[in-house]
Design a protein around this ligand. Sequence first.
Ligand SMILES: Nc1ncnc2c1ncn2[C@@H]1O[C@H](COP(=O)(O)OP(=O)(O)O)[C@@H](O)[C@H]1O
Ligand SMILES: [Mg+2]
Length: 193
Amino acid sequence: MTLFAADTIGLHYPGRPGPVFHDLSLTIRKGESLGLSGPSGTGKTSLMRVIAGLERPTSGRIPIRPRRIGMAFAEPRLLPRLSAMENLSFIAPKARAEGRAMLTALKMAALQDASADSLSKGQAQRVALIRALLIRPEILLLDEALGGLDMATWQSARDLILARRDRDGFALVEISHDPARRIMPEARAISFP
Ligand SMILES: Nc1ncnc2c1ncn2[C@@H]1O[C@H](COP(=O)(O)OP(=O)(O)O)[C@@H](O)[C@H]1O
Ligand SMILES: [Mg+2]
């Protein structure tokens, strides 16, 4: 089953000398994984934003889009006044137990009632990851989303993502600067530029 299809798309930001990418065709199927790699400033995040529907390509077509997308970016963007748990129940009110179990798996149980703006970046990134997983996405987009984690915690996050992927069957698109920190190192990759 195809979840996302782009047909010869291009993206040209106004005021920029040339397009960030052009003539790009891409299909993402259920359960597939994809890595985006390349130097900073080459368009990886821009493509992810197009996949997420946050950015409209300036040429080409997107005939197929997923219904549910889970996203986590380097900047966690939690609701700052709400606690870690409230950030989860806000988007998935019927899945509190599931949210709590994932907080425990990522060593965040003791901080479930801490306000989001009191969390460190790595702690907030864990909450943002759980939030993305809780909506049971068809596609999970990770844009340098786990860069604030130490190796042991990163491994717990990877194990959680892989376990949920086995269960829910989502497609995974990831950007990571560190090859040792790819969730799916063997996945198909698109290299930028
Ligand atoms: N909203 C925007 N408006 C104008 N230019 C942008 C915008 N977002 C990104 N860019 C530019 O597009 C290029 C690619 O950026 P980005 O997709 O963030 O790259 P990467 O994620 O690979 O670092 C950069 O030159 C960046 O400055
Ligand atoms: Mg980027």
